[in-house]
Design a protein around this ligand. Structure first.
Ligand code: PXP
Length: 252
């Protein structure tokens, strides 16, 4: 039996939005003491228990949080898709070819940054990206490019053969003027070009709804807020609440 409002034809057409939980910050905490606790793989299982549709982990060049062996364990143990975030480098592409995660999200990376600060300049590095993207795709891995909501970058992402673009929501989260309009336009254009649209960075209970409501968006990747909030309420309940908020925004 269905309770509440009857589904309208248009809401029935909007597919659900998946939640990928980024567990990097559990590894940050573990590494602060150099031991094995807290275990990011255990956190991944907790996130899945709370309803995560996928797990995201960023293997940084300096291994400041996730380590190679974490990814090996995640790949072996997870029942949901693993999304490996990584820079476009020979080392990372070779690791991805061996590990074969469900997806690779290519991000820009600078050693000195605290987190991924801006989107990838796809338009400015098409030739180099094309080589790496082709190798990752040939390994049977979906390729996603983390970009700003900028039409130039979206067109370039389609041109280099990405399957997915992940739109950087950091500026939206920081309250920048006109950012929701940019995200809307970007999501529309990306979908028109045949790209699957994901989004993430800086999302929280307070700002997720307008992003989750964008009909072209199929997946959100959220980390820092969920791991921080888990300190107070536990990871599985926090993930479950995020999924509820995303679902409610989608149905509106
Ligand atoms: N998506 C990408 C590509 C990222 O680099 C990050 C940060 O690691 C996230 C999503 C998650 O951002 P946050 O930790 O702010 O939720």
């Amino acid at each position: 039996m269905m309770f509440g409002k009857k589904k309208t034809a248009s809401s029935a057409l909007v597919p659900p939005v998946r939640l990928g939980v980024n567990i990097d910050h559990v590894a940050t905490l573990r590494n602060a003491r150099g031991g094995a606790h807290p275990d990011p793989v255990r956190a991944a299982h907790e996130a899945v228990r709370g309803g995560a549709d996928g797990i995201t982990a960023h293997l940084r060049e300096d291994r400041r949080h996730i380590r190679d062996e974490d990814l090996v364990r995640l790949r072996r143990e997870l029942s949901v898709p693993l999304n490996m975030e990584m820079a476009a480098t020979e080392e990372m592409v070779s690791l991805a070819e061996t590990l074969r995660p469900h997806a690779c999200c290519i991000v820009p990376e600078r050693r000195e940054e605290v987190t991924t600060e801006g989107g990838l300049d796809v338009a400015g590095s098409q030739a180099q990206l094309l080589t790496y993207i082709t190798r990752v795709k040939n390994a049977g891995i979906r390729v996603s490019l983390f970009i700003d909501p900028d039409p130039v970058q979206i067109r370039a992402a389609a041109a280099v053969g990405a399957s997915v673009v992940e739109l950087h929501t950091g500026a939206w989260a920081a309250g920048a003027d006109g950012e929701m309009e940019r995200l809307k336009e970007a999501a529309r254009l990306a979908a028109e070009l045949g790209l699957e649209v994901h989004a993430g960075h800086g999302l929280s209970f307070g700002n997720v709804a307008p992003v989750a409501a964008l009909p072209q968006i199929r997946e959100l990747n959220i980390g820092h807020f969920l791991i921080g909030e888990a300190v107070f309420d536990g990871l599985a309940p926090v993930v479950a609440r995020m999924k509820t908020l995303m679902g409610a925004a989608r149905r509106k």
